[in-house]
Design a protein around this ligand. Structure first.
Ligand SMILES: Nc1ncnc2c1ncn2[C@@H]1O[C@H](COP(=O)(O)OP(=O)(O)OP(=O)(O)O)[C@@H](O)[C@H]1O
Length: 256
């Protein structure tokens, strides 16, 4: 199995506190990998190091064998690593469709000019509409993004991330802040993405039932360190993980 992202002793300290500490991991191509761990374990910081939002204090990040530790966010996105954030990040005053079209244009690096690029404009709109269908948001295409519910904004954000056409998708808690009724739709969207060829999804998620349903591999962070890595069965059976992380009420699938 081909490694798509590799980290070597990846570490970052904030004022003497190691938020991510010596994490060495191989993330395999087309293998759905989840990152779990309690609040403050370093999951989002780990994503920030993969996507280039943060530079490590020490250690390295490789993408398809190339050392990308010093690459910017933009370089990494162009090369194939896209990410979503825990906080929704859409343009509120334009329509849902326009949000996705802008993401497509940013991929294509087109400065939009209605007359010169009319053909591209139509193609982008069509592609944007298809993406909205993928995330089950097509019927909201013409309304301003500000009018969407929180769950719908997260779906829009996934469509915008898909529009970037990156091979790797880092999804940071796509269900954060959602009502229970909104979760199954997002789960279906993520399942659809998982089925697509040449898409490697890495997911941060607290909802254990969702993680177990989706994941081929799981990595557990605890106090910034990689506590365990393996299949969901291996992780659930791992006593160190149970002691450090799962603990609590075993019937509570949302335990963090
Ligand atoms: N920019 C920063 N400056 C200082 N400390 C930070 C910064 N970013 C993160 N931290 C600290 O690093 C640790 C890891 O935070 P991080 O957000 O990565 O955890 P997490 O596992 O994603 O948590 P959650 O599940 O709550 O989102 C925390 O102690 C946090 O306070």
């Amino acid at each position: 199995m081909e490694t798509i992202i590799k980290t070597e002793d990846l570490s970052i300290a904030f004022g003497g506190h190691w938020a991510v500490s010596d994490v060495s991991i191989d993330i395999k191509r087309n293998i759905f990998t989840s990152v779990i761990g309690p609040n403050g374990a370093g999951k989002t910081t780990f994503f920030n190091l993969l996507s280039g939002q943060l530079s490590p204090t020490k250690g390295r990040v490789f993408y398809k064998g190339e050392d990308i530790t010093k690459h910017s966010v933009i370089q990494r996105t162009r090369n194939g690593i896209g990410r979503s954030f825990q906080i929704t990040n859409v343009f509120p005053n334009i329509t849902v469709l326009e949000n996705v079209r802008l993401a497509i244009q940013s991929r294509e690096q087109v400065r939009f000019d209605l007359f010169r690029h009319f053909k591209s404009y139509r193609q982008f709109e069509e592609e944007a509409m298809n993406l909205l269908e993928t995330v089950l948001l097509a019927e909201k295409a013409e309304i301003p993004a500000a009018s969407l519910s929180h769950g719908e904004k997260r779906k829009l954000e996934i469509a915008m991330l898909l529009a970037l056409n990156t091979e790797v998708l880092l999804l940071d808690e796509p269900t954060a802040g959602m009502s229970l009724e909104e979760v199954p739709a997002i789960l279906n969207v993520i399942k659809n993405i998982k089925e697509q060829e040449d898409r490697t999804v890495v997911l941060i998620e607290h909802k254990m039932d969702m993680v177990l349903d989706l994941s081929d591999r799981m990595m557990v962070l605890f106090n910034g360190e990689l506590l365990a890595e393996g299949t969901p069965e291996e992780i659930m059976a791992n006593e160190t993980v149970q002691a450090a992380y799962i603990g609590g009420d075993p019937n509570d699938s949302t335990t963090t």
